[in-house]
Design a protein around this ligand. Structure first.
Ligand code: FMN
Length: 385
C-alpha cells in the first residue's frame, strides 16, 4: 500500500494474538504498522511484533526492490513494534539506527549483545533528518505511552508518524468503526497520560498534518479534525456523550436484579444511553472505556468479606489508575448481615478530582425491598436530571 508519493505501508495483521498487552481482548486482531520512505536516502519506520519477522522482512524487501535502506527509525521500544530491530540489522547491517538516548538505552537492555557501534544516530527533540525531498522532524512524546516515545513529522508530505497515538485495536483486513476500538485502546493503554497527550496535541496543532500514520490501526487521511477532537476530549477527561454506565458484581442475582430495575427506570425516563456491565463476565476494557465515555456511573456490588467484590475492586482500580474525574457516581450495595460495599467503593475515589456523588445510595439487605424500589426510583430521577 502506498501512502502519498514515496511512503509505503509494510506492516502486518495479527489474528493469532490471544490478549493484546497481556489483558485486552482483540476479537478483530491487531495490526503492527511499519512504513518505508523511499527517497535519496531510505528510511524504515519501526519494526513489528516478534511473530511476524519473515512476513515483515518480506514486505520491506518487496518495497526496497534490491536497494539498501539507510535508516531504521525507532519511535517506540515496546516489543510489538521493536522486536525485530536485531533481525533487521542482520539482514541490512549497514543501516543506521535513528533513535533518542532513552530509546538506545532500552534497546541495549532488550537486545543484549547487539553491536550498533558506528551505526547509531542519536537525535534530540525537535531535530530534523533530511532524506532528500523528505525532511523528518522528531518530536519527543514522553509517556505517550512509554518514556522514550517520539513521533516523526514529515513536512514534505505533511505526514505525522504518531507512534501509538491514534492507534486502535483491530487488524487492517477487518472493517470496523474507528471510534469504538480507538477509544477502548486509548483509554486502556494511554488513558493515564492525559496531560502528556494534551502537550503533544498542542505541538500537533502547530503542524500542517494531512495524514496520520500510527503504529496500530488505519492510516488516517480524511476528516482528521474528527480524530484530533476525540483525542482532545479523551485526554482532557471530558464527558464525550450523555449517558449512564451501570457496572455490577452479583453472586446470587439480587444486585443484578436491582441493576435491571434501575436500567429499566432510566430507559422509561428516556435516558440518552444506558450501558450495563457484569464485571465478572463482560469485557473489563469496554466497561472502563464506557465509564470514560459517559458522564454518569453507577457501581453496584455485593459486600464480600466486609469489602466489595473482587471484580469491582479491579474495575475501580482501572478507573482511578487512569485519572477518572469530572463525573457523577451513584452506589448500590448489598449484604446479608453487614453491608459495607458502598463505603469501601466510595473511599477508592478519595483522590479523584471533581466527582459528584448522587444523594441516593441504595442499601439492599439480601433481596430487593419496597424501600429499595423507591430508592432506585430516586436514583433514576437524580441520574436523569
Ligand atoms: C464469600 C462471601 C463473603 C460475604 N461477605 C459478606 C459480608 O462481609 N457482609 C455481608 O453483609 N454479606 C456478605 N456476603 C453476603 C452477600 O453480600 C449477600 O448475600 C448479598 O445479598 C449477595 O448479593 P447477590 O444476590 O447480588 O449476589 C458474603 C457472601 C459471600 C459469598
Amino acid at each position: 500500500m502506498k501512502i502519498g508519493n514515496d511512503i509505503y505501508y509494510v506492516g502486518v495483521n495479527d489474528h493469532q494474538v490471544d490478549l493484546f498487552e497481556g489483558q485486552y481482548d482483540v476479537p478483530n486482531g491487531m495490526s503492527y504498522n511499519s512504513y518505508v520512505i523511499m527517497d535519496e536516502k531510505i528510511a524504515v519506520m519501526d519494526t513489528v511484533d516478534a511473530n511476524f519477522t519473515e512476513e515483515w522482512l518480506g514486505n520491506v524487501a518487496e518495497v526496497l526492490n534490491g536497494v539498501k535502506p539507510d535508516y531504521l527509525i525507532v519511535q517506540h521500544m515496546e516489543p510489538d513494534h521493536a522486536a525485530n530491530i536485531e533481525n533487521f540489522m542482520k539482514v541490512y547491517p549497514e543501516t543506521i539506527v535513528v533513535a533518542n538516548t532513552k530509546t538506545f538505552t532500552m534497546m541495549e537492555n532488550f537486545f543484549r549483545g547487539m553491536d550498533l557501534e558506528g551505526k547509531k544516530l542519536v537525535v534530540a527533540n525537535g531535530e530534523s533528518l533530511t532524506l532528500g525531498k523528505h525532511v523528518l522532524t522528531f518530536v519527543f512524546a514522553p509517556m505517550v505511552h512509554w518514556p522514550e516515545v517520539m513521533v516523526t513529522y514529515d513536512s514534505t508530505d505533511k505526514v505525522l508518524f504518531s507512534a501509538d497515538g491514534f492507534g486502535k485495536f483491530g487488524a487492517l483486513d477487518v472493517e470496523e468503526d474507528w471510534d469504538c476500538e480507538a477509544r477502548r485502546y486509548y483509554i486502556g493503554i494511554i488513558g493515564k497520560y492525559g496531560p502528556q497527550v494534551q502537550k503533544l496535541l498542542k505541538t500537533a496543532a502547530t503542524l500542517d498534518i494531512q495524514t496520520i500514520c500510527p503504529l496500530h490501526g488505519s492510516v488516517l487521511t480524511e476528516n482528521l479534525g474528527h480524530y484530533l477532537e476525540k483525542y482532545d476530549i479523551w485526554s482532557s477527561y471530558k464527558v464525550e456523550s450523555e449517558g449512564v454506565v451501570i457496572a455490577y458484581s452479583s453472586v446470587y442475582g439480587n444486585t443484578k436484579k436491582a441493576v435491571e430495575v434501575l436500567a429499566q427506570k432510566l430507559e422509561e425516563k428516556s435516558c440518552p444511553k444506558v450501558s450495563v456491565f457484569d464485571l465478572a463476565r463482560d469485557d473489563m476494557a469496554e466497561a472502563v472505556e464506557d465509564a470514560f465515555r459517559y458522564g454518569k456511573l453507577v457501581l453496584a456490588s455485593i459486600t464480600y468479606n466486609a469489602d466489595m467484590f473482587p471484580f469491582m475492586k479491579t474495575y475501580i482500580d482501572h478507573l482511578t489508575e487512569r485519572n477518572y474525574q469530572n463525573r457523577t457516581i451513584g452506589l448500590i450495595e448489598n449484604g446479608s448481615w453487614a453491608p459495607n460495599a458502598a463505603k469501601v467503593m466510595k473511599a477508592e475515589f478519595e483522590k479523584s478530582k471533581n466527582i459528584t456523588w448522587l444523594d441516593t445510595t441504595v442499601k439492599i439487605m439480601s433481596s430487593l425491598s419496597e424501600e429499595n424500589m423507591e430508592q432506585l426510583d430516586q436514583m433514576a430521577e437524580e441520574l436523569c436530571k
